[in-house]
Design a protein around this ligand. Structure first.
Ligand code: NAP
Length: 235
């Protein structure tokens, strides 16, 4: 693909599609003509997330469970074909007071949501991404990875592990001479219209609007893999 080239219709799976970031990404990708497959663990939330987005499909899966992810892949392959893009947005935040306050319970949550769901989805859909003319894997990481704090230690470590995994996938794409690109988009924090409406006096300094994030995600599919693969962009 060359830059600015019109994107072909691609199957793009959004892991964690019912967050405001997932909804914004789904809208931007559907607007660009792609088949959006939004995945969440809660049936009501994922149905609501895709309800206003023409053509977008909501799918239910516990992405922390490898067998459930394989069942999802089987269903996607049967009903839509192979996947060209995997946008991984399953996250969540946990913090604690200093290093001693980093609880095992919070680590278990972060490991499951941030790392395990990424491993499960990217391993299962890796052959699809490898075979695609525009295979893309993207995660949204945190600027805390390069500036970790004691109170954020569990979270920064989980995100650092996720970034390392993405770099390993990028190496796989390059080694297999594919057109794939695995990328990290890093933000300090996300903001959406609902958050602004709930706190009109707040400035949200350094926050990234989910619509800007969605545009960045959508643009990944019109940029050449060379230069993109293995990149980390701070938004
Ligand atoms: N929000 C921020 O300020 C911020 C800052 C830095 C980085 N990020 C990153 O940006 C991304 C999006 O953040 P966000 O705050 O919008 O995320 P979020 O609100 O935590 O949303 C998580 C999404 O993942 C789904 N999910 C959770 N567990 C799942 C499971 N086991 N199986 C399937 N789906 C599951 C949730 O839906 P269900 O609950 O219905 O399953 C939801 O759609 C994340 O990677 C996050 O770490 C966010």
């Amino acid at each position: 693909m060359t830059q600015n080239q019109e994107a072909a219709k691609l199957n793009i799976l959004i892991a964690g599609g019912s967050s405001s970031a997932g909804i914004a990404a789904a809208r931007a990708l559907a607007d660009n003509g792609h088949q959006v497959l939004s995945v969440g663990s809660d049936p009501g939330r994922i149905a609501a997330a895709v309800s206003g987005i023409p053509g977008a499909v909501g799918l239910v899966c516990n992405l922390a469970d490898p067998a459930d992810v394989q069942a999802l892949a089987d269903r996607v392959h049967r009903d839509f074909g192979t996947v060209d893009g995997l946008i991984h947005l399953v996250g969540g935040w946990r913090g604690g007071k200093g290093i001693a306050g980093q609880s095992d319970e919070d680590w278990d949550f972060l490991q499951r949501n941030v790392i395990t769901t990424l491993r499960n989805t990217s391993r299962t859909f890796y052959p699809d991404l490898l075979a695609s003319p525009a295979g893309r894997l993207a995660i949204v990481s945190s600027t805390s990875v390069t500036r970790p704090t004691a109170g954020n230690a569990n979270y920064a470590m989980a995100k650092a592990a996720a970034e390392a995994w993405v770099q390993a996938v990028a190496d796989g794409f390059a080694a297999d001479k594919s057109q794939g690109a695995a990328v990290v988009l890093a933000v300090k924090a996300l903001v959406d219209d609902g958050m602004r409406a709930a706190a009109p006096e707040r400035a949200f300094p350094g926050f990234t609007d989910v619509t800007l994030l969605a545009e960045e995600i959508s643009a990944l599919f019109t940029q050449p893999a060379a230069g993109l693969n293995g990149s980390r962009k701070v938004l």
